[in-house]
Design a protein around this ligand. Structure first.
Ligand SMILES: [Zn+2]
Ligand SMILES: [Zn+2]
Length: 361
């Protein structure tokens, strides 16, 4: 369009000047100025059209190719900070560096960090997209920085404290690279953003969601975790009956310990999950979901056994976290064995797929 218009206008100007009305061939007198005017006009017309094309065209093209809410720099996360008791706004990708740095050791291989970045991005976008639904914990925020309410987040100062000044820059850029290289990528199931549950280590096999949260989710199914790299998966912790009573509201201390048979009956396994973890326990005379026992007693996972001596119960836990979805130490193990983050995510979120929100509409 631009060269065609320029060419037409130059023909007009030349025609005017080349007509020899007073006997002097104009071409001989002012060929330079005629060419100069023509050039300036062409330049002016061309530049004007180019500016119009850019002003009108670029936003049009962008709006067609990239949904505004996913456009880099436009997606804003409203983050509630617990310690400061306030909501701050920040760009999505900045927020994600703080999440990946808080949720996963930066020593982990790049593909584990990328898997974490995609899961974290999916988590927060699901909440941002549900902006019409109020955050019941923190009104006016999409997410907070407490892992117990969702996913952890650390400021740059927090990351510096965690990593130390010497390693801060290399770790920061390693984590940022994982976020940047997966920019726009999220997990979906049947076109909807998934609920990307993740945990530290599963102890060899992840859990079906319905065994932990009572609802069945097609992409949160139990899978084996072949290379779970948790260096200390098995740990023990002991509680007195008094502590158990305080945490669970039971009355074990009120029951006279009249012999071994009586004592072992204080903790009974009522039901197991599909993977063999305790699901429901009878403690004293009350039933508890294993998830509640874990929460109230602060156990590392629901993959636990127990042993009672006197009025002390000792739990032996394997793994860390609820065991559903992505296993972070498992992701590390898979990445160490050469698996790409896409394969890692496909393994733990079976049936879900990764889409690039910056490429799709
Ligand atoms: Zn919170
Ligand atoms: Zn695992």
């Amino acid at each position: 369009m631009y060269p065609a218009v320029g060419w037409v206008s130059s023909r007009h100007s030349n025609r005017g000047h080349s007509s020899d009305l007073i006997g002097i061939p104009v071409r001989e007198v002012c060929p330079r100025s005629a060419k100069g005017v023509s050039f300036v006009r062409r330049l002016f017309t061309g530049t004007t059209l180019l500016i119009i094309a850019l002003v009108v065209g670029i936003p049009f093209l962008l709006s067609r190719q990239i949904p505004a809410r996913f456009f880099p720099g436009v997606t804003v996360v409203r983050l509630y900070l617990h310690q400061e008791n306030k909501v701050v706004h920040m760009q999505l990708e900045d927020y994600l560096v703080g999440v990946v740095g808080a949720e996963m050791p930066a020593e982990f291989p790049p593909d584990a960090l990328k898997a974490q970045a995609v899961a974290a991005r999916t988590y927060v976008l699901k909440r941002i997209n549900a902006a019409g639904v109020d955050n019941t914990l923190h009104a006016g925020a999409d997410v907070c920085d407490d892992h117990r309410h969702g996913q952890a987040w650390l400021s740059r100062e927090g990351l510096k404290k965690r990593w130390g000044t010497v390693r801060y820059y290399s770790y920061y850029y390693k984590v940022k690279k994982a976020v940047d290289e997966t920019r726009g990528q999220v997990l979906v199931y049947q076109g909807e953003l998934i609920e990307p549950a993740y945990h530290a280590s599963c102890g060899g096999r992840t859990e079906d969601s319905e065994d932990v949260w009572k609802y069945q989710v097609p992409y949160l199914k139990s899978v084996t975790c072949p290379y779970d790299a948790d260096p200390n998966p098995v740990q023990t912790v002991s509680y007195s009956y008094e502590q158990v009573d305080q945490a669970l509201g039971t009355s074990l201390t009120a029951i006279p310990a009249s012999g071994q048979e009586k004592i072992t009956a204080d903790f009974k396994l009522v039901e197991k999950t599909g993977t063999g973890r305790p699901k429901v326990l009878l403690i004293g005379n009350r039933q508890f979901p294993a998830v509640a026992v874990r929460d109230q007693l602060g156990l590392r996972s629901t993959r636990f056994t127990w042993n009672i001596e006197g009025d002390t119960v000792t739990f032996t836990t394997t793994g860390y976290g609820h065991g559903v979805g992505l296993c972070q130490y498992g992701a590390k193990g898979l990445a160490d064995h050469g698996y790409d983050y896409r394969i890692i995510l496909g393994h733990y979120y079976s049936n879900a797929e990764i889409i690039d929100t910056q490429k799709s509409k």
